[in-house]
Design a binder for this molecule. Structure first.
Ligand code: UDP
Length: 273
């Protein structure tokens, strides 16, 4: 998979908490850095437009929808840090990232959450007949999600799909299957950061496509998991809703306040310098 540039060249981004240069594919997106991790400044419409331009150009791109948990984990996980650095697009998936950006003096236009980005890209892909491949979730969830996709995106060209419970040997066969189907859009729903690592480790063997990690989005589409009501999403409380429904996520979610504390601490330290 040759490298493409959905947005700005990460190397063009200024180090530290500063913004980078304009996107090579014409997005106005710049990259800010939060705890020295990159995040693109762009709206949902701009993200979809960037993805569309990449598939039109048959570019190979990795899109990461990053939340506070992922950015915090990347402080301890070198591979994840490298993936964020190398990704063509890193969107602000959660309210925690928006808040952290604000604490650093930046303003991100809005959340670009994995589920919303997936739906918007699917609708665009359906209009243009662009082939799409889905990898991840349980076989039952995947089947149900594919049915729902035909309802919400009539005419969608589903080039193929595979559930997400496979071993390394089966994984190689899945890569071969994806190559044979030649999708332009690949949604990987294995949960973060496994999906990001899977895309990154296989990118040289994948066909030129835009690969996006979408976590539990197929569970939501299949109706197995409910998203927070709109007002909670708008109020930045989706994480709270998720915690109420899945208390077992408490340990994972403890990364959100830790991440924000770290950002606040770094800002305080900088201001004192
Ligand atoms: N999953 C998978 N293979 C695995 C483990 C998980 O396909 O080996 C799927 C799981 O079925 C679910 C998704 O990955 O559909 C993870 O969803 P979760 O909400 O935990 O992801 P997050 O958005 O929190 O990263």
């Amino acid at each position: 998979m040759s490298r493409g540039t959905i947005s700005n060249n990460p190397k063009a981004a200024v180090a530290g908490d500063a913004s980078g240069g304009p996107g090579r594919l014409g997005t106005d997106s710049v990259r800010i850095r939060i705890l020295n991790r990159p995040v693109n400044v762009l709206s949902m419409d701009q993200a979809v437009a960037a993805v569309r331009r990449a598939w039109e150009a048959e570019e190979a791109c990795q899109v990461v929808t990053a939340n506070a948990e992922m950015l915090y984990a990347s402080l301890q996980d070198r591979e994840l840090a490298r993936i964020l650095e190398d990704a063509e697009l890193v969107t602000a998936d959660g309210a925690g990232v928006l808040l952290a950006a604000r604490m650093c003096g930046f303003s991100l236009p809005e959340r670009v959450a994995g589920f919303d980005l997936m739906l918007a890209c699917l609708q665009e892909a359906a209009r243009e007949g662009v082939p799409v491949f889905f990898l991840g979730s349980s076989p039952e969830v995947l089947q149900q999600a594919l049915l729902r996709m035909h309802e919400c995106c009539p005419g969608l060209n589903i080039a193929g799909s595979h559930h997400g419970y496979f071993n390394d040997v089966e994984g190689e066969a899945i890569v071969a299957q994806i190559r044979a189907r030649r999708p332009r859009l690949l949604f990987v729903a294995l949960g973060a950061p496994r999906q990001e690592k899977w895309i990154y480790r296989h990118k040289d063997k994948l066909p030129p496509c835009v690969a996006i990690g979408v976590g539990g989005s197929l569970d939501v589409l299949a109706g197995k998991v409910r998203r927070a009501p709109r007002w909670m999403q708008r109020a930045g409380l989706e994480w709270f809703y998720r915690l109420l429904r899945e208390p077992s996520r408490l340990h994972r979610m403890s990364a959100i306040p830790l991440f924000l504390l770290k950002v606040a601490g770094r800002r305080l330290f900088k201001n004192k310098e």
